[in-house]
Design a binder for this molecule. Structure first.
Ligand code: NAP
Length: 254
């Protein structure tokens, strides 16, 4: 990776937390924000080697990154994640709520634990991280919160009752919090990717899925990260809040 020269960096001195940044979309977001000069917390839950690799890559390129382990479905661990970020860099300007899991199965086979695990991380995790950073952003009178939802939260998807409920919940949460925090200069937006080539989608039957994607291909993590980078940047996205932006090769056209 290359970090932009200082005079071109749009996120210089900003501090970003990216949840679930050890792999996939979160990894691409961490690298993209670092490119713009942000100091980046690379959160992960189990992939410490992968997270440290990203940190090494960013630091070697002249940026600033730190790997912090936290299960973001757990309130105390989220508080520690934010406290450790403040202890290191003194502020939080950008939160990318990206960590997510799937536990796909049809409704009648879905166990309560499949439901609960997905809701706990994909919805409650977004609430916990947003609540923790918003205290800091309110004092700073600025901030960007970007929630990674999914087209499944807009259109539903057989086998994903838990996941689509959580992702639809994130959309309602995004709009409410955008209204609550707007007067203090904090924007809150959601990104709804379609099918993106990551570990999460690696076992899906792509030939069937491609029929539903007008652009005829999966998206790349870097394409989602480009949108995150835009929404985080000032002044480019300063007047956008409470929105859900699809990035899905045309799968959902409202
Ligand atoms: P992925 O490749 O499976 O990576 C998931 C990331 O989440 C990993 O970094 C993982 O950390 C982290 N994570 C898992 N459980 C966690 C926890 N309890 N606390 C903190 N981090 C945790 O997923 P992805 O495809 O990049 O998806 C990222 C986000 O985009 C998710 O919210 C997903 O729902 C959404 N999304 C993805 C697609 C797609 O097609 N891929 C489409 C729409 C939306 P470890 O490495 O430590 O396990």
């Amino acid at each position: 990776m290359e970090i932009l020269p200082e005079n071109l960096q749009r996120l210089r001195q900003r501090v970003a937390i990216v949840t679930g940044a050890s792999r996939g979309i979160g990894r691409a977001c961490a690298l993209a924000l670092a490119t713009e000069g942000a100091k980046v917390v690379v959160n992960y839950t189990s992939s410490s080697a992968a997270a440290e690799e990203i940190v090494t890559e960013i630091n070697a390129a002249g940026g600033n990154a730190l790997a912090l382990q936290a299960d973001v479905s757990q309130s105390e661990q989220v508080d520690a994640l934010v406290e450790d970020t403040i202890a290191k860099w003194g502020r939080v300007d950008i939160l990318v709520n990206n960590a997510g899991i799937t536990r796909d199965t049809l409704l009648l086979r879905m166990k309560l634990e499949d439901w609960q695990a997905v809701i706990d991380l994909n919805l409650t995790g977004v609430f916990l991280c947003t609540r923790a950073v918003s205290k800091i952003m309110l004092k700073q009178k600025s901030g960007r919160i970007i929630n990674i939802t999914s087209v499944a939260g807009l259109m539903g998807n057989p086998g994903q009752a838990n996941y689509s409920a959580a992702k639809a919940g994130v959309i309602g949460f995004t709009k409410t919090v955008a209204k609550e925090l707007a007067s203090r200069g904090i924007t809150v937006n959601a990104i709804a990717p379609g099918f993106i080539a990551t570990d999460m989608t690696s076992e899906l039957k792509s030939e069937e899925i491609l029929k539903f994607i007008p652009l005829g291909r999966y998206g790349q993590p870097e394409e989602v990260a480009g949108l995150v980078r835009f929404l985080a940047a000032d002044p480019a996205a300063a007047y956008i809040t409470g929105q859900v932006i699809n990035i899905d090769g045309g799968m959902v056209m409202a």
